[in-house]
Ligand binder design. Structure first.
Ligand code: C2O
Ligand code: CU
Length: 487
């Protein structure tokens, strides 16, 4: 039976099992959210503010461009990088230090940019006092470099991850995936972009260089000293964009390509640009077949979308606000100068390949077990066990998975992320996929009571790969499973 304690625990899951502190109970009450399931569904919804959190006026800081990492060395085939996983004092809120966990010292890790056909090798050195690891989210990579939850980098150790980049251009990201700890690690800063470009895409002449901008959006809660509070997700009311609170970004009056990622631990952003509208060109796994005009884009935790905005349609001095319908402003674009623009937004991008016929169907059902002292996340009735293979899949085969969110009674939101493969959404509750489901996907939202059917082909690699809810407070308490790809 679900009791009040369990509601609150679910709302404030912590890394090593659930701990409800008196402070958490108090802030939950102060937030005045009487309907407990809201805590997990709409973190930070509206006015339910955290006590003692820092207020920064929207648009008072500039959005930084994320640094692109330089290889320490390059060979004919491979770019070689080194990244330290290290504690650092981060500069997020004006005038305050935020202790956190970082890739290389910055709050959003450095962006790795590569191209299809070029290999990347990254040595991560773990300077934390606890295990960590790195998953390349959206990457088609060997199991040994996938960052399996039990494949950890111990404190003081280093580990080489090799990425073949055989897939087409896409906006990927990398983040921690250490068993039971991923939620807190990612929350405290272990996330960064990994962008694959490809030759065909270049011929399209989409905006590039300074006009191709990765933007990481996520939420967080801070106390009045600027420290991150890892607690009730409903209290993560501060929206960070490339590591700064609700910033502004000066733009030229021309086209830009923005790569948007929701790197929050859980929840969804529903983004609009007022009356201006946006044009979507790509989803998780790369380009759509053609640009799609969008008024609102929903991005659940872990999903990416690429959009083009043409600021040449607006006079210099115009300000356009990217906002979430309920959570408020996210980012303001300030059109500051006229500019030449040789880039294009073609009517046709790149066709999606036909789907090979599926030879197997499987069910994946998400739910919470709320009967014990702490909530346990389940897939098909079982919490994650790294020693168990939930599915065995023959390499080269194509399957349809019916993914269901069975948490109807209390309305917990989930989403579904599969490692190794990009999938396509076939339908949602028997109806055609939504615009948010379009293209190659690796993460897809699943509302309570909904069933989303996805189709994937499991090619190239053998071994163990995870799939899970990407609401990381859920996966880290068990809402994860694994498949073994066999010859
Ligand atoms: Cu982005 Cu298994 O995760
Ligand atoms: Cu979930």
């Amino acid at each position: 039976m679900l009791n009040r304690r369990n509601f609150l625990v679910l709302s404030g899951l912590t890394a090593g099992g659930a701990v409800v502190t008196p402070a958490l109970l108090r802030t939950s009450t102060v937030a005045g959210q009487a309907d407990p399931p809201h805590h997990s569904q709409h973190p930070g919804g509206g006015s339910g503010g955290a006590v003692a959190s820092v207020a920064v006026a929207p648009f008072s800081v500039r959005m930084p461009l994320l640094p692109t990492l330089r290889p320490v060395r390059s060979t004919r085939t491979t770019d070689i990088y080194e990244i330290a996983i290290q504690p650092a004092n981060m500069n997020i809120l004006p005038g305050l230090n935020t202790p956190g966990l970082t890739y290389g010292g910055g709050f959003v890790g450095p962006t790795i940019r590569t191209r299809t056909g070029r290999q990347v090798a990254v040595t991560y050195r773990n300077l934390l006092d606890m295990p960590a690891n790195v998953h390349l989210h959206g990457g088609h990579v060997p199991a040994s470099s996938d960052g399996h939850p039990m494949d950890l980098i111990q404190p003081g150790q280093a580990r080489l991850y090799e990425y073949p980049n055989t897939q087409q251009g896409a906006t990927l990201w990398y983040h921690d995936h250490a068993h039971h700890m991923e939620a807190e690690h990612v929350y405290r800063g272990l996330h960064g972009f990994y962008v694959i470009e490809d030759e065909d895409e270049r011929h399209l002449r989409l905006p590039d260089g300074n006009h191709d901008v990765p933007i990481m959006i996520r939420d967080a809660q801070f106390d009045d000293t600027g420290a991150l509070v890892y607690g009730n997700p409903a209290l993560r009311t501060t929206i960070l964009v490339n590591g700064r609170p609700q910033p502004y970004f000066p733009v030229d009056a021309r086209k830009y390509r923005f790569r948007l990622l929701n790197a929050s631990n859980e929840g969804t952003f529903r983004l609009n640009l007022g009356n201006a509208g946006m044009t979507q060109i790509a989803s998780d796994g790369g380009l759509l077949s053609a640009p799609v005009p969008r008024d609102e884009i929903a991005l659940s935790a872990g999903e990416r979308v690429e959009i083009v905005i043409d600021f040449s349609r607006y006079p210099v001095g115009t300000q356009l606000v990217l906002a979430d319908g309920t959570r408020g402003p996210v980012l303001r674009f300030d059109v500051v100068r006229r500019a030449d623009d040789r880039s294009r937004l073609p009517d046709v991008l790149r066709p999606l390949p036909p789907l090979p016929p599926a030879t197997n169907q499987r069910d994946v059902v998400f739910s919470f077990d709320l009967t014990g002292p702490a909530p346990v996340g389940l897939i098909n009735g079982k919490p994650y066990d790294p020693a168990r293979d939930d599915f065995r899949i023959k390499r080269g085969t194509t399957e349809i998975w019916r993914v269901t969110n069975a948490d109807t009674e209390f309305g917990f939101m989930h989403n579904f992320h599969m490692h190794l493969a990009q999938f396509r959404v076939l339908d949602r509750d028997g109806k055609p996929p939504t615009l948010d489901d379009a293209g190659r996907k690796d993460t897809v939202f699943v509302a309570p009571g909904s069933t989303v059917r996805v189709q994937a082909t499991f090619d190239t690699y053998l071994g163990r790969y995870a799939y899970h809810c990407h609401f990381l407070e859920h996966s880290s308490v068990g809402m994860m499973a694994q498949m073994e790809i066999i010859p």
